[in-house]
Design a protein around this ligand. Structure first.
Ligand code: ADP
Ligand code: ASP
Ligand code: MG
Length: 417
């Protein structure tokens, strides 16, 4: 059995859905098709959630956009009397029901209830379209069998329970192809949860692990994992093969092409991950797998924006020793901020974190209780794996880095935007 995952870009319009069907149709064996919300629907649903919870914006206007976007796609795919229009209306009525109710006190809980409709709608359309094209398939509401704790927006999967439930649901007894949602899941008490933004890749990997898939293919708008984001560096080249370890490092440093949590579940069972272009499905793309021999990889650039560089100096003139460091790490953990680079001297500690958190100001205030805090919110982090001097010259150029760090395989530069 194989897992195919289609991201938002691959199903952003009717042509995308037709293309998905053509790719699925070519497959002869057992298949689980994991689908994300169409295009930028999750972003739209985030604005809906804000309008509902914080009363910022008009929920009716956003609901109209949501309905029209999907109906426009459906009009190109289905006859006017197709039952799928009714299915869309049923889902929208459920969402209207959520919006009509009194919101709970917990934003994250409401967020998951609302944004999950993106994937519920996309899979309803995809499953119906495949059936219309003569590709029999079973629609699975993944919330029934992918079970998590109640950490809304970043839920942790209960692997044992989910494994048992998923093997019951995806049993391939009477059906060869299943269509299900990425990104969303459910608690034991059937509350909706999500796995973190861009989490559909992770769903595909989890299902692969739980169902012992022979491979996972994620279909992207790029021809594979490349040695830089081709949207920023048009000369970027596809890397044909890489190890799980390399893929984890790249996604950890911010290569957007794979969600960081994707690799572990497949690595543990040595399931290969193919990254392929949905536009050119016959092109080989990248395979991420167990690699025994050392691979010679070209310099790989990861350009991560949205960074904040902080330098802390203890107010009491003590040194940056273990006690101070543990205090800093405790505050970072409390605010769930991801540390991307760190460097210390005797009396100062500098580090780079993602600075998109809503609680960033509170984080700074808490640090200021004990440290003098200097920070710059307008920086980016350039990471070059397998660097060469020539690659550094080409990428960093004559910019003077604010911080620079090199290990055997990785060079990092914090630069002003
Ligand atoms: P999905 O449709 O599955 O959500 P994403 O948009 O999350 O796909 O990921 C694909 C995008 O990742 C590409 O369009 C590309 O701009 C970006 N990207 C960043 N780094 C790389 C890289 N090293 N190789 C390929 N694509 C990359
Ligand atoms: N739809 C979700 C998001 O946009 C999950 C995903 O696409 O992977 O974050
Ligand atoms: Mg994505």
């Amino acid at each position: 059995m194989k897992i195919f995952k289609f991201g938002g870009a691959s199903v952003k319009n009717a042509d995308g859905v037709r293309n998905l069907a053509a790719i699925v149709e070519r497959e002869e064996g057992e298949l689980v098709v994991v689908v994300s919300a169409m295009g930028k629907t999750t972003n739209l649903l985030e604005t809906l959630c804000d309008a509902y919870f914080h009363r910022r914006g008009d929920t009716d206007v956003i609901m109209r956009r949501l309905r029209e976007y999907h109906r426009d796609i459906m009009r190109e795919l289905f006859a006017a009397d197709d039952a799928v229009y009714g299915e869309l209306e049923e889902l929208l009525a459920l969402l209207d029901g959520v919006l009509a109710g009194e919101s709970a006190m917990c934003y994250d809980y409401e967020y998951d209830r609302i944004v999950s409709f993106g994937e519920l709608i996309s899979t309803t359309i995809v499953s119906a379209y495949l059936r219309r094209e003569g590709v029999d398939n079973r629609f699975v509401d993944v919330r029934r069998c992918l079970k998590t704790d109640a950490s809304y927006r970043n839920a942790n999967v209960d692997l044992e329970l989910s494994g048992a439930l998923c093997r019951g649901v995806f049993d391939f007894q009477s059906e060869r192809i299943y269509v299900t949602q990425g990104f969303i899941a459910g608690t034991r008490t059937n509350q909706t949860t999500t796995l973190g933004r861009e989490g559909s890749d992770y769903t595909a990997a989890l299902l692969a692990n739980l169902l012992d898939a022979e491979s996972v293919t994620i279909w992207k708008d790029v021809p594979g994992v490349m040695n830089a984001d081709p949207k920023e560096y048009p000369q970027a080249k596809v890397i044909g093969r890489m190890s799980y370890k390399e893929a984890i490092e790249l996604s950890h440093f911010g290569a957007k092409v794979i969600h960081p949590k994707t690799i572990k579940p497949i690595q543990n069972k040595r399931i290969p991950l193919y990254v392929k272009s949905f536009l050119y499905p016959e092109v080989e793309g990248t395979v991420i797998a167990e690699v025994d021999e050392p691979l010679r990889l070209p310099p790989i650039l990861i350009n991560k924006g949205g960074q904040c560089l902080l330098t802390l100096t203890p107010r009491d003139f003590s040194f940056i020793a273990e006690e101070k460091l543990s205090k800093i790490f405790a505050v970072l953990a409390k605010y769930k901020l991801k540390l991307n680079l760190m460097q210390n001297s005797a009396i100062s500690f500098s580090f780079c974190v993602d600075c998109n958190g809503a609680l960033f100001e509170a984080f700074i205030r808490e640090l200021q209780e004990e440290f003098e805090v200097l920070y710059n919110r307008d920086v980016r982090l350039l990471t070059i794996r397998h660097y060469t001097e020539a690659a550094i010259r080409e990428i960093v150029g004559d910019r003077v880095p604010l911080v620079e760090q090199r290990s055997r395989l990785t060079a990092q530069f914090v630069i002003q935007n």
